[in-house]
Each structure stands twice: as C-alpha cells, then as structure tokens.
Design a protein around this ligand. Structure first.
Ligand SMILES: Nc1ncnc2c1ncn2[C@@H]1O[C@H](COP(=O)(O)OP(=O)(O)OP(=O)(O)O)[C@@H](O)[C@H]1O
Length: 762
C-alpha cells in the first residue's frame, strides 16, 4: 500500500505546497480580473458617440486580454483539483544536481525563481516521461539536444486535490495507471489521456509539427484522442504563431463533434473550429442547398435501393480523373479572362490589353481569378489617376496651340473671334468630357471581365456540349453521371460528392475568404474522404499542416473513400510522415479477438489489432426469442456492475427504426440521428456509431443480417469494435453476424446464461 511508502509524507507536503502556491496565483489573478473589469467599465462610462476608433480599439484589446486571463484563471482553478499526474527525477549531464519535475496539464512557474513548480506535459523535457523507461535519455529543445538520466518515474492518483495513491514505474511493472483508466466506464464523451499516453502514441503527438502526418490506426487505438492531443501539443509549441482559431477540425458528423467537443477545453484548445466537411464547404462557398449525404447513399446501397450508377458517380466525382477534368475546365474558364481591347482614355492607351493580360496570367497567377481582376482594377485606377493629368494637359496644350494659330492666323477679326470662341468652348467641353469619361472608364472596362457564379459555373460543367470536350473518352457511366448531376442541380440539390469539386472551383475562381482559411487542419475518420475532398482542402488552404487519421478497415464508404494512404502520399502530401497505431485500448482481448477475425475477410489485408491486456466476457450470441426480456436482464446486470452507456447497433437505418419501436420503453433508449444529442442509451445504425464508444453494445439483426461482402464486413467490424466491456449479438442466426466465418471458441451462445442471471435477479 502506498500509505506505507517512505515518500508518502514528502509527497503529501509537495501537494500541499503546490496547492497553496496555486491559491496565491488564483487570488492574485482574480484581483487582476477585478481591476481589469473596473477599467473596462470606466472606459465604457467615458465613451460617447464622438469617440475615436482608437478608444474602441482600446476597449477591444482590454476585452481580449480579459478573456485571455479569464481562460487562464479557469484552467488554473480546474487544475488545482489535479495539479500534476506524474513526476520524473532527472539528472542532466551538465548540471551538478538531480532535479525533480512534476508534470501536469499546464505549467506553473515560481514567480521569483522562475523554476517550474509544474511542468507542462507538452514541454520538451516532459517528453522523457513518455518515451521509453528509466535510464539514459535525451530530449530536444529549441534545436539543442540535452542528455541525462531518468532515475524515477512516478504516477499519481489525485482526486479533488487529495493525494489518493502513487506508483513508481520501472522496467518490470506494467502501466497500472493505464489499466485503471481503461477499466473505467464510458461517460459518452472522449477524455484526455495525458497521464497515460503510450510511447507509440507519443511519437504521433510529437512527430514533426511542420510536416503533414497520416496515421493508420486500428479501431480503438486512440486515433481521435491522439489527433486532439497533437493539436494541443501543436498550439503549445507554436503558441507564438498560431491561435486555436486558426485550426480546423473536421469530424464525420455533428454527433461526433458533440462527442469530442468536451475534451478540447480539457486540453487547452478552446475555440478551435470544429465542423463537418459538408457544413464547412457550404459556409465557404456561401450556398446552402440541401445535400444528399453519403450516409443516405450508403444506406440505400445497403438496403438495396440504390439508384443505378449512384455509387459509380460518387466514386468518380471524388477521383483523380475528375480532378483532371476540373483542371481542364478551369483552364477554359481562365481563358475567358483574356482581354482583347486596350484600356484607354480619350483615345489614349492607358494600359494595353497585352500588359493587362500579362498581369492576369503571369504576375498575379498565384491569386484566384476574381482576386486578380480586383487587383487589375486597382492598377487601372491608379494608372488612370496618374495618366489622366498628362492626357488633360496634352489636350489643353493642343487646344492652346490651335488658339495661338487662330489668334495670329486670322486677319479678319470677326472670323478670328468666331474661331477663338469656338476653340475655347470646345476645349472646356472636351476636358469636361474626358473628366467624365475618366470617372467611369475603369468600371466600364471591368465589365469586359466575366462575372462567374459558382453554381452556374458548376452546372455548366455537366453540359453535353462541354463535358465530352474535357475528357479523352466518353462512356455510358459518365453520361449517366452527367444526367443525374443535371437533374439534381436543377432541383437545387447537391450530392455529398459535389462539395469537393465546388470547393475546388471556388478556390480557383474566388478564393477562400480569409475568415475561413485554416492554417492547420485535422481530419478524423479520413478513410471516408475521397481523394478530391482532401486535395481540395489542401488547395484551398495552401498549407501542408494536416493531421490525417483513419482506419482503412473501417472504410465503409469505400465506393468513394480512400483505398490506400499511398494515394495521398503520392499526390497530395509528398512530405508526409506515415505512422501506424497497432495497439488498441478501447476494448477487451475477447472482443478484439473476434473483431480481428473480420479483418481476415477484408481485401485490405490489414494487420490484426493488438489489444492491451484487459480481459472481459466473451462476446455472446443470443437468439431472437424473447429478446426484449434478455436485453432487459443484460442491461440491468451491466448497470449493477457500474456500466453507464449502452448502444443497440444495427446494420441499417430501417432496422434501427424497427428495433426502436419494439424496445421496452422503461429502458430509456433513444433513436439516434445525426443531429441529436448523445444519450446514455442509444439505438443507431453502424455507420453513425463509427468513432463512438459505449460500455455495452448489442448488435441486433432481424431483417438485415450482415453478409459476407466487403461493405457488410466493414460495417460489422465498426459495430463490434464500439464496446468498452461487453458485446452481445441478438439475431435470427449466428450467421447474421458472420459468426459462421469465425472460430467457434471466439464467442459463446448465451441464452442459458441469461436465464441464470435472470434467476439471480428474481
Ligand atoms: N493511452 C491511453 N490511455 C488511456 N486511454 C486510452 C489511451 N489511448 C486510447 N485510449 C482510450 O481508448 C478509446 C479509444 O480511443 P479513440 O476513440 O481515440 O480511438 P480511435 O482509434 O479513434 O477509435 P475508432 O477508430 O474505433 O473510432 C478511448 O476511450 C480512449 O480514451
């Protein structure tokens, strides 16, 4: 027992000291807050409508500062409950003494000595806690490498500011903190794991942040978690350059955003933009038509209601081949910006068509077309301002010369007078006319440029007189794709696969507004993205800072999604670091052993996931007889064991509706759709369960068994890898869950056991 540990009282002392120091900092921050608030109120009181924008500026920066320190204060108060989770004793080579560092979620420095009281888990030195075990280590900070020896690594369990326990880790003990953390029950949200990050995960979090990274990770290997921790690490390391607002996190659906959103503040990443690809593109292009989602297409395919060619079209619109078509099309569009007339004033050339075209096609080639047009407009305006004066002077001189000639050339005074007064009037009129022409000439000239509307531009692409010109060889599926696209666009509806080409065209023609431009992008469940979806994002933001995580084994949208990560590495991110996560943390060995068998049925030949050592019940099969009663018994039993979250997962939406109708209401299950808030007990189809986790999962199949084809195997794999602790399969036959394809020792028929449990409750 740790209570007997020699260091217990020392550790207790240290915690007391840390908390006391934090209290001091909190109190002084609170009083800083008060005085800031007071200053803000004073400024507000003195403000009147005549005040300069400088005063507003001042207020704004106050508000920003207040927000910043409010965030800091909140984090500090939160941190006080658990100031640190680990300690390392480190002897740096060039230093005389061993130093002790306590590692927590945020750093805290002694104001006087500037020595760390708590070291941030993201700091370079903290890396030695995550890397390897005890002994000689090195770490890199600001480009220099430091060597030394770690003689102690200690993990703490602190709850509500009280020291509960601590343990030392060495070569022989396994990571008990990890075991404890994995044995806990789910609360329907993702948590931070800073205390138990494993070495292979740490490698991903800290992999070169200036390079894109692509991670293939097994189900439950921590991809989502690690991607979010990498953001936190990135913002910490690059805090001088990037703000959370510069980040874009793309999640597969809104349900998933709720699921991850709570962990971000825990990691100090408030205010990062979290959205779906669909919502984001609609925002960027500013057109909010309804979209036929990829889920609808998938469900139609699974339920056998697929309209002819839909899957093929979806695949094509996400492909490299379609990107080439778009590029050719954009070349055509670009040609429309070529000017044939010079820009003139009163017959004088201000800028020749050739020079204007040179600006558009050469000098400004890195800007979107419409931005180039805008820039040309500015050039013409300034050239006009400059040259107008010269033109007017030249014209006036010409009239003055004529006047001179008239004054001295005419002998007859009457004729002379007539000519002179004509010239004076004409001069005045002409100069006025030119002034007037100058006021509108740029605007008039700019009308020669096409004004493209994205939607029209996109619709035009599918015209029969255009599209065939853009491809090498036409085909029946391509014709059908065009027909279907035209029909949908006429109804002002998009399919999900239209969004990538729309973003792509928008990027070239108008460019992405700076408010939406992300400087770093995180894509979760990336296997479901098409090549063009990723490519168009890369092109829109022109940054390489992408973190891409996914699992090809869960690629249920394979008809459109990525089939190999290599595709991205060859063409989109040539600099990318590719890393894999093979260990899986979510579920038990028993459940993973069964799910691993499904990997063998997939064409991708992905290696089996390695579960970390945690045992549980064998997955169990139950027949449909009296299934409601069995379900009730199993839920009650699990609740008694402290489990909180339950899901009934089906292959199709339709089946989810059906099972929901027949469920005993007292169990409190909710039918889940993409928009709804997560509950503790949910009924949902497998595609929506992707990325989520529950303590107990019931797979249910009545009308729609999982069959032995690639899509069904992947849906089943997704569903089977959702539980933390228990997996039950309720269906007409074991084969409804492909249990006839796996070793019979990997699951157990459970009907009898349920009866036994039921009797125990009776
Ligand atoms: N090092 C760790 N310490 C504690 N828990 C961990 C660790 N790594 C992962 N987990 C837990 O494992 C579970 C799975 O993590 P996560 O959802 O991030 O995995 P994933 O790879 O995205 O899964 P999937 O692809 O199946 O959706 C989560 O409950 C997470 O908290």
């Amino acid at each position: 027992m740790t209570n007997q540990h020699n260091d217990f009282s020392k550790e207790l002392e240290r915690l007391t000291f840390t908390k006391a120091y934090m209290d001091q900092v909190i109190a002084s921050q609170q009083s800083d807050q008060e005085s800031l608030k007071k200053r803000q109120e004073d400024t507000l009181a003195r403000l009147d409508f005549k005040d300069s924008s400088l005063r507003y500026q001042e207020m704004l920066s106050h508000a920003n500062f207040m927000k910043m320190s409010k965030d800091q204060l909140e984090s500090l108060i939160h941190l006080r409950k658990k100031p640190y989770f680990a300690r390392i004793d480190f002897h740096r080579k060039e230093k005389p003494d061993l130093e002790v560092f306590y590692i927590g979620k945020m750093s805290l420095f002694d104001r006087e000595t500037q020595l760390p009281i708590i070291l941030d888990w993201r700091s370079p030195l903290a890396n030695v806690y995550y890397e390897g075990r005890l002994g000689d280590v090195s770490y890199e900070a600001h480009g220099d490498v430091y060597e030394g020896e770690v003689s102690l690594k200690r993990q703490y369990q602190i709850e509500d500011g009280e020291l509960i326990d601590f343990r030392d880790i060495d070569m022989t003990t396994k990571d008990e903190l990890l075991q404890d953390s994995l044995a806990q029950n789910s609360e329907n949200r993702l948590t931070e794991i800073v205390a138990t990050i494993q070495e292979e995960q740490n490698d991903i979090i800290r992999a070169d942040i200036r390079k894109p990274i692509i991670v293939q990770g097994a189900a439950g290997s921590g991809k989502t978690t690690i991607a979010l921790h990498r953001i936190s690490y990135f913002l910490y390391t690059m805090r001088e350059i990037f703000k959370p607002e510069d980040l874009l996190i793309l999640a597969p659906n809104r349900l998933f955003i709720q699921y991850i959103s709570e962990v971000l503040p825990e990691l100090g990443v408030q205010r990062a933009r979290q959205t779906t690809y669909e919502d984001f593109v609609k925002l960027v292009i500013g057109v909010d038509w309804p979209v036929i989602s990829q889920h609808e297409v998938l469900m139609n395919a699974v339920e056998g209601n697929e309209e002819d060619g839909t899957l093929w079209s979806a695949g094509y619109k996400g492909s490299k081949a379609f990107k080439y078509v778009l590029n050719t099309y954009l070349q055509e569009v670009k040609k429309q910006y070529r000017m044939t007339d010079n820009f003139t004033l009163a017959g004088f050339t201000i800028k020749s068509a050739k020079a204007i075209n040179r600006l558009f096609y050469n000098e400004y080639s890195y800007f979107p077309y419409q931005v180039r047009v805008q820039k040309i407009k500015e050039v013409l305006q300034s050239e006009l301002r400059r040259k107008k004066k010269q033109i007017l002077t030249k014209m006036a001189e010409k009239y003055d010369e004529e006047l001179d000639k008239a004054l001295y050339g005419f002998k007859d005074p009457a004729k002379r007078k007539k000519r002179v007064s004509f010239l004076i009037t004409r001069k005045e009129e002409r100069l006025k006319e030119v002034e007037k022409e100058a006021r509108t000439s740029v605007q008039r000239f700019m009308k020669n440029y096409p004004k493209h509307k994205l939607v029209e531009l996109y619709e035009a692409l599918f015209n029969e007189d255009l599209f065939p010109r853009l491809i090498e060889e036409d085909s029946e599926p391509l014709k059908q794709m065009r027909r279907q696209s035209r029909q949908l666009l006429q109804k002002k509806i998009w399919s999900a696969e239209d969004l990538a080409p729309l973003l792509y065209i928008h990027t070239f023609v108008s460019g992405v507004d700076k408010d939406y431009k992300a400087k770093k992008v995180v894509i979760d469940e990336a296997q479901d993205y098409s090549y063009l979806e990723v490519y168009s994002l890369r092109r829109a933001f022109q940054t390489d800072l992408f973190t891409i995580v996914g699992d090809l084994a869960q690629g249920i949208y394979r008809y459109r999604g990525l089939k190999h990560w290599q595709t991205l590495m060859d063409d989109v991110f040539q600099q990318a670091n590719y890393l894999t996560l093979q260990k899986t943390y979510r579920t038990t060995i028993e459940i993973m052993n069964l799910a691993n068998e499904l990997l063998q049925l997939m064409p991708d030949r992905l290696p089996s996931a390695e579960p970390v050592v945690r045992h549980g019940d064998k997955p169990a099969y139950l027949s449909l007889d009296n299934w409601q009663e069995k379900l009730k018994t199993l839920v009650t039993d699990a609740k008694q064991q402290g489990m909180n979250t339950f899901a009934i997962v089906t292959k199709t939406d339709m089946e989810a509706d059906q099972v929901f109708e027949e469920l005993p209401h007292e169990l409190g299950f909710m039918k889940m759709d993409e928009q709804q808030w997560m509950g503790d007990c949910m009924v949902l189809p497998a595609y929506l369960a992707k990325g989520l986790e529950f303590d107990v999962v019931f797979l249910y199949s009545y009308d729609h068994p999982f069959e032995k084809n690639e899509l069904d195997v992947k849906l089943l794999y997704v569903a089977m890898t959702r539980p933390l602790h228990r997996l039950y399969m309720i269906g007409a036959y074991p084969s409804s869950f492909l249990l006839d394809q796996v070793g019979s020792s990997l699951f157990e028929p459970l009907d009898k056991k349920v009866n036994r449990v039921k009797n125990e409750f009776a």
